[in-house]
Design a protein around this ligand. Structure first.
Ligand SMILES: [Zn+2]
Length: 501
């Protein structure tokens, strides 16, 4: 992990108009830097903060900038993170001093800004930074960029959108009762298995229009999908940069949720129609359909996780399903997926928990339990379980090959990826076969089944692990957090109850 310095500069006058000046700007720039550090997995040694009222004067000394240059030279820090390059280097000669250090450093260095401009660790980036800083003094900064940044700042505050109303609201704040009701009904129906196309047909028959619907028409199918996935429904705020919008046409706002530095999504200041859990459940169901290309049947899950349906809801007892967190969120980065009680499977729909910590806890408990068995049953009955495990591995490899072929056929694998995957599987197959013949030649190793499971656990596939868990565990009950308990808090093992067979 690289240790870097964060550089922040504010101007009293607030003349840059990007929401990064004044007292608030100071806080925002700090947030920017910590966000970047998290993204780059860097450790922030110190925040260097300068305040200059006279930004364009050449002779104003920036004390913290000077301190930062020295620390960089001495190797106390190995890089700089900042909001943008304007904040770091106003004058070409400041930039040259930094470039000298980057060029001469004989260690890994980092350089990053929120706007992603000019990476000083590369020759290309240095070249462009030189040009930029040289002309930046002569021209006022790009007006469009300022507007974009101001918008981002507003979005970060959870201020409602100006401009067109969204489907479900009368204006930027107040709910439209009729549309809100349509959305509520549609959510329930879709979770129960109704197709979006059916919802679209019903809405068309009712003559429903969205704010984007052209005159004389009714709402389109794509719009129906879009309004159902809108993060605004549960108060989440998304911000899609103009460049991304222009480059890719319609963009999924679910992937552009704005988060605070503590990882919680920014909540808007408007009336909401769904709770965050309700919204996520819906998005999850819709996502699962696009992935499989057809409506998801009740009770089936797209990805079978280690504890799918083994883990049970502590409120209603239903087996838990799994879902993937919205991409771009901290939860996605940190955990990837979660278990939840799914209404469509007959559950109460009001419990969810991040996946990996629960699995980790279960695996440790199981292995601990097995180790105890090994020591208490000193000499266990002798079977030769290894060939059985190898057979299961071979079967799994065969299944993986079939899946790879299907992915290729569906165009989800490039030819290169497909070939790589097949080659990897064939190698594994070869290895396993060799291992089996070694084993049958060598005297069968003694040891209980439990010992073997413990030893081989790391090589087990998810299906094999599930099988072992099912043999020994009736259920893993996930208890609700209870009132006031933060869902995002640290993992609570006291809320996980393993019922052994
Ligand atoms: Zn439940």
């Amino acid at each position: 992990m690289l240790t870097v310095g964060g550089y922040i500069r504010i101007s009293d006058i607030g003349r840059l108009g990007d929401g990064r000046d004044g007292k608030e700007g100071l806080i925002r720039q700090r947030e920017d830097v910590y966000d970047l550090a998290k993204l780059m997995r860097c450790n922030v040694h110190r925040m260097y903060e300068d305040k200059d009222a006279s930004a364009y004067k050449r002779h104003v000394k920036r004390n913290d900038f000077e301190a930062m240059v020295i620390d960089l030279e001495r190797g106390l820090i190995s890089g700089i993170l900042a909001y943008n390059i304007d904040r770091i280097a106003r004058q070409p000669r400041d930039l040259e001093r930094l470039i000298d250090i980057y060029e001469q450093a004989r260690r890994p260095m980092a350089f990053a800004t929120t706007s992603g401009d000019y990476d000083l660790t590369t020759a290309d980036g240095r070249f462009q930074a030189r040009i930029y800083v040289t002309i930046a003094n002569k021209f006022s900064a790009d007006a469009a960029r300022r507007v974009a940044r101001q918008k981002l700042a507003e979005a970060g505050d959870g201020r409602p959108h100006k401009g067109q109303r969204a489907f479900g609201w009368m204006d930027s704040v107040r709910i439209d009762e009729r549309e809100a009701e349509l959305l509520t009904i549609a959510r329930k129906d879709i979770i129960d298995g109704k197709k979006v196309a059916t919802v679209h047909r019903e809405w068309t028959e009712l003559g429903i229009r969205s704010p984007q619907t052209p005159p004389g028409k009714t709402i389109g199918y794509t719009s129906v999908k879009y309004v159902l996935r809108n993060p605004r429904l549960c108060g989440y705020r998304a911000y899609i940069p103009q460049e991304v919008r222009e480059r890719s046409g319609r963009v999924d706002p679910v992937e552009w949720l704005i988060e605070r530095t503590d990882g919680t999504p920014v909540r808007g200041q408007w009336e909401t129609i769904f709770t965050p859990d309700e919204w996520r459940e819906l998005v999850d169901v819709l996502d699962a359909r696009t992935k499989t290309g057809k409506g998801r049947k009740a009770g089936s899950t797209v990805t079978k996780r280690l504890l799918t349906s083994i883990a049970r809801c502590g409120k209603c007892g239903s087996g838990l399903s799994s879902g993937t967190y919205a991409r771009g969120t901290t939860s996605y980065e940190k955990y990837g997926y979660y278990y939840y009680c799914r209404k469509a499977d007959g559950g109460c729909g009001s419990l969810s928990r991040s996946g990996p910590p629960v699995e980790d806890y279960m695996e440790k408990a199981l292995l601990g339990n097995l180790m105890e068995q090994t020591t208490s049953l000193q000499s266990a009955p002798k079977e030769d379980p290894e060939p059985a495990a190898a057979k299961a591995t071979l079967k799994q490899i065969e299944a993986d090959k079939v899946e790879a072929r299907r992915l290729r056929a569906d165009g989800l694998f490039s030819l290169a990826e497909f070939v790589r995957e097949i080659r990897r599987l064939e190698e594994k197959e070869q290895e396993t076969k060799e291992k089996v013949s070694d084993l049958s030649a060598a005297p069968a190793r003694a040891g209980s089944t439990a010992a073997r499971v413990v030893r081989e656990w790391g090589n087990y596939t998810i299906d094999m692990k599930r099988e072992e868990i099912r043999k020994r565990v009736e259920a893993v009950v996930v208890q609700p957090v209870g009132k006031g308990g933060a869902q995002r808090g640290a993992f609570r093992p006291d809320l996980i109850e393993i019922i052994w067979k």
